[in-house]
Design a protein around this ligand. Structure first.
Ligand SMILES: Nc1ncnc2c1ncn2[C@@H]1O[C@H](COP(=O)(O)OP(=O)(O)O)[C@@H](O)[C@H]1O
Ligand SMILES: [Mg+2]
Length: 329
């Protein structure tokens, strides 16, 4: 029952800062017990959305409910249901890890004995037991993030919000954070997180919403989004940087029957095809026909970055120019 109930409902949410609209008509549902990810580049509106949901920012219009409670009119109730791990950490430099948590326990009015017991459990969960009584300013980035997560979990929330939980962490610390988040989900907690890491969204989240320029482009499980693209990807690395030759090649490829879309970028072309066994020889022929040198070729099954490009028209790190032509109609 819990697995199919709606934990968060967002309808037509908008947020305008002065003259700038950061979130535009955003609607989504989060199911109880899932890890839901908001995936998007810097400035997409992820933190703004999260801050509205945790009641620290008022929406300009639209509404959102957390377990049935309105984030504006029932903000006090909502606050008792949620935990929050902010994007920017607020670790005080002169307190130990344990002291941070005890101070927070005071703020939440937890009875001292209960707080002490709970803090010990949380320190264990995030592997900070051995460092709990060290001043937190001496912690590594990964350890500070673990302490942030323990802070978010202290009120024993029904729903945990994590803003970019692994931003800037080394590989091992990222994997540890993923592991905690999965463990919490497996214990029945609902998790909402933001990320601009494609692999994190792909491997950690049960469902994601791709957000770009304040708008949701598509929502679904990573698996169904990838499968929904249909077709496979072929990347050509071109040795000829001449834009005119490149444009001619795109023209030739667009005429081929099993091509779904073509996108040019600095080093070459990303092409989606229906039948790679037919597409590959035809692509070789087209490149030689226009006199374009081929420096590399890569073939792959649909990936989450392909999903991102398909629904936003650009890659998540914005390094490449977008020229998407959908020839499949
Ligand atoms: N307090 C603010 N005043 C004005 N603009 C803001 C404010 N906070 C965020 N923005 C702008 O809103 C957009 C979305 O920001 P944010 O929600 O932080 O994006 P993300 O978390 O996806 O990087 C950005 O262009 C940002 O510059
Ligand atoms: Mg942010």
């Amino acid at each position: 029952m819990a697995s199919s109930s709606v934990a968060i409902e967002v309808i037509g949410l908008c947020k305008t800062y002065d003259n700038f609209t950061a979130v535009k008509d955003l609607s989504l549902n989060v199911q109880s017990g899932e890890i839901f990810g908001l995936l998007g580049p810097n400035g997409a509106g992820k933190s703004t959305t999260l801050r509205i949901l945790i009641t620290t920012l008022k929406p300009t219009s639209g509404r959102a409910t957390i377990l049935g409670h309105d984030v504006v009119t029932e903000a006090d109730t909502v606050r008792q249901l949620i935990g929050y791990v902010p994007q920017e950490r607020a670790i005080d430099r002169f307190l130990t890890g344990r002291e941070h948590l005890l101070l927070l326990g005071d703020l939440y009015h937890l009875p001292k004995e209960e707080a002490v017991k709970r803090i010990q459990e949380l320190l264990k969960l995030v592997d900070l037991e051995d460092h709990a009584d060290r001043v937190a300013k001496t912690y590594s980035g990964g350890m500070k993030r673990k302490l942030d997560i323990a802070c978010g979990l202290l009120p024993n929330p029904k729903i945990l919000f994590l803003d970019e939980p692994t931003l800037g962490l080394d590989v091992q610390s990222r994997l540890n954070v993923w592991d905690y988040v999965r463990r919490l989900r497996d214990q029945g907690m609902t998790i909402v997180m933001t990320t601009n890491y494609l692999d994190e969204a792909d491997q950690l989240c049960d469902r994601i919403a791709i957000i770009d320029e304040g708008q949701i482009r598509i929502t679904g499980s990573p698996k169904e989004l990838k499968a929904g693209l249909g077709g496979d990807g072929i990347s050509l690395t071109l040795g000829d940087a001449d834009p005119a030759v490149c444009a001619r090649l795109v023209e030739e490829i667009e005429k081929l029957p099993f091509i779904r879309s073509i996108r040019t970028h600095g080093q070459g072309l990303d092409i989606r095809v229906d039948a790679p066994e037919k597409a590959l020889p035809a692509l070789f022929e087209a490149t030689s026909q226009v006199g374009c040198r081929l420096d590399g070729i890569e073939y792959h099954r649909p990936r989450l970055d392909d999903v991102f490009v398909t629904y936003t028209g650009h890659s998540i790190d914005d390094q490449s120019t977008s020229l998407t032509s959908d020839t499949a109609g």
